[in-house]
Design a protein around this ligand. Sequence first.
Ligand code: SAM
Length: 218
Amino acid sequence: MLKLEDSYRHKGQRKELVKVIKKKGITDEAVLAAINTLPRHFFFDSALDSHAYEDKAFPIGEGQTISQPYTVAFQTELLQINPGDKVLEIGTGSGYQGAILHLLGAEVHTIEYQKKLFDKTKKFLTKLGIHLHFYFGDGSKGLADQAPFDKILVTAGAPVVPQSLLQQLSIGGILVVPVGDRKTQKMLRLTKKTAIKIIQEEFENFAFVPLLGAEGWR
Ligand code: SAM
């Protein structure tokens, strides 16, 4: 049986973390509430859980990372999630970001390219009672079978905007994707106003692990 404890200490640390990311500029109250609600230490090995409430990315095995809480909050805020939105997340990783989207009321479809992580995270979130739609494969091409999506979130750094993802966005939909080189990427938000009119906005720089696959780094 999965036995996880969310102590007063953890809750207090979470409150402090929310203060930190608020200070860094996150204003969306629903996003802040979701970060305050979800125990991030559940996503860490118990030996390392003292690091869970630092505003830092952390290794989760297979050379991958759980994103920094500020980054999760930043991307989630840009997505402007409404309850019931059908969201595609590329890069399931630890499942933390997917769980935040779920808490905001989204129907989350999440795809992971690393089989070991896919198996581990699917099992873990299901045990937590967080039911996402899990897929194993190359998310750089999106998920044509399930399209269109109201929102698409890429949680790995892409060399260019994957065109399949733009195609799989509904009209009015939003794609958030970090684009750049292998070291740093600019956060982009693309809003699909009509089938042919896309508005692109640029935000600050981040450092993600690379998006691999057909429309990522090969
Ligand atoms: N969202 C994750 C979380 O909350 O822990 C963090 C994701 S981590 C920064 C990036 C993830 O993207 C890694 O797990 C990596 O294996 C995955 N990834 C890289 N290329 C991918 C692709 N083409 N399709 C799906 N996942 C991919």
